[in-house]
Design a protein around this ligand. Structure first.
Ligand code: URA
Length: 334
C-alpha cells in the first residue's frame, strides 16, 4: 500500500480528468498521517490552486476560526477535498471529475484511518455515502464510511451567505471532536464491506529476542509506527522461514525460531484493490544475536526495548498482545 506522500505525488502528476490540465497546483491535502479527525471539502478554490494547500482562502479562514472555537487544533487534523484540482471559475466538480478523483480520497482515508470523518458540505457527503437529501436532513443522522463514523455539516463557505450557519458548523465539529476523543483506535484497517468476497492472506513474523530482557522493534517511515518484523508467506516457504526471512530483510539480523507464540486473524477492506481480506498472521519468538541492525529501505529507526517500553511505543493493540505472548514464552523458558 502506498504512503500519503506517495498519493500526494500521484495527485500532483495526475492528468486523469480535464481539471489536471488547467490547474496551477493540485491540492492533495495536508495533515498528520495519524490524524484522528479527517475533514473533507469540495474542491480547491483560487487561493488553494495558487498555493497547493487546502483551505487557505476565505473558506479556509472561516474553517480555521471555527476549529479554534471548537477547540480543535487545525494542525492535528487531516484536511482535504473530494476533488484535488480547482474547477474553472469555481464551478461545481462534474460527476466524471468526482469519479476519477474519489479513489485518491478513499486511499487517504484508508491510510490515516481516522476516528471520525467530517464531510464539509453535500458534495463531500454525496461522495462518501449513498445519502441523497438536504443538509438539514443529513445532520439528523450519524453516517458510517467503511466503519468510520462520519458527521455531515455545512461547507464553511455557507457562512459567507448565512452567518448563523457558523454556530451550526461549530456544534457539528465539536460533536465530531468528542467522537474522536471517545472512539477506540481501529485495528487492521477498514471493516469488511458486505457483498465482496474475501481473499485469504497469510503472513508470518518474529519477535526478535536477545536472550535476556530486550526485544527489537522497528519503525516504518511512511506511517511512523513502531512494529514487529513480518511479511507475507511466499510460495514454498514455511511460516518459520518467512519470519526469519522478514527479520533478515527488514532488520538485517539472523535468528532462530524458539517457539510459536501467537496467531492473529482479522478481516478488513482495502479500498485501493476494492477487496475484502481475511488475514492470518503467525508470530514466533526468535532468538537473535545483538549484532549490527541494518534497516531495509522504508524503515527509519530501531530500538531494543523491554516488554514495558515496547508496550508504550507500539501503536496497535494486536502488536501489544503479541509482545505479551513473547514475554510469557520467555518466562516459560527461564
Ligand atoms: N473549499 C474546499 O472545499 N476545499 C478547499 O481546499 C478549499 C475550499
Amino acid at each position: 500500500m502506498s504512503s500519503l506522500e506517495g498519493i500526494a505525488r500521484e495527485v500532483r502528476r495526475c492528468r486523469r480528468c480535464r481539471l489536471g490540465y488547467i490547474r496551477k497546483n493540485a491540492v492533495p491535502g495536508a495533515g498528520p498521517s495519524r490524524a484522528k479527525m479527517f475533514f473533507v471539502g469540495e474542491a480547491p478554490g483560487r487561493d488553494e490552486d495558487t498555493s497547493g494547500r487546502p483551505f487557505v482562502g476565505q473558506s479556509g479562514k472561516i474553517l480555521t476560526a471555527i476549529l479554534k472555537s471548537a477547540r480543535v487544533r487545525r494542525e492535528d487534523a487531516f484536511i482535504t477535498s473530494v476533488n484535488k484540482c480547482r474547477p474553472p471559475g469555481n464551478r461545481r466538480p462534474r460527476a466524471d471529475e468526482v469519479a476519477t478523483c474519489r479513489p485518491y480520497l478513499m486511499r487517504q482515508i484508508d491510510l490515516v484511518r481516522p476516528r471520525v470523518i467530517v464531510a464539509l458540505g453535500l458534495h463531500s457527503l454525496y461522495a462518501l455515502t449513498t445519502f441523497r437529501g438536504s443538509m438539514s436532513k443529513a445532520r439528523k443522522y450519524q453516517f458510517v464510511y467503511h466503519g468510520i463514523p462520519l458527521i455531515a455539516t455545512y461547507h464553511p463557505a455557507a457562512v459567507l451567505y448565512n452567518r448563523p450557519v457558523r454556530a451550526t458548523i461549530r456544534k457539528d465539529i465539536a460533536l465530531a471532536a468528542q467522537i474522536a476523543r471517545t472512539t477506540k483506535p481501529r485495528e487492521g484497517g477498514i471493516d469488511p464491506v458486505p457483498g465482496i468476497p474475501f481473499r485469504k492472506r497469510v503472513s508470518s513474523g518474529g519477535v526478535p529476542w536477545d536472550g535476556g530482557s530486550k526485544f527489537l522493534l522497528i519503525r516504518r517511515m511512511d506511517e511512523g509506527l513502531w512494529g514487529i518484523p513480518k511479511g507475507g508467506v511466499e510460495e514454498g516457504e514455511t511460516l518459520e522461514q518467512t519470519a526469519l526471512r522478514e527479520l533478515k530483510e527488514e532488520a538485517g539480523l539472523k535468528g532462530k525460531t524458539v517457539c510459536p507464540i501467537k496467531r492473529i486473524r482479522y478481516r478488513f477492506y482495502e479500498s485501493e484493490s476494492e477487496m475484502n481480506f481475511d488475514k492470518t498472521v503467525c508470530y514466533f519468538l526468535v532468538r537473535v544475536r545483538r549484532g549490527k541492525v541494518k534497516l531495509e529501505r522504508g524503515f527509519e529507526d530501531y530500538r531494543w526495548c523491554t516488554y514495558e517500553e515496547a508496550c508504550r511505543i507500539l501503536h496497535y493493540t494486536n502488536d501489544r498482545s503479541v509482545m505479551r505472548a513473547a514475554r510469557m514464552a520467555v518466562r516459560r523458558l527461564s
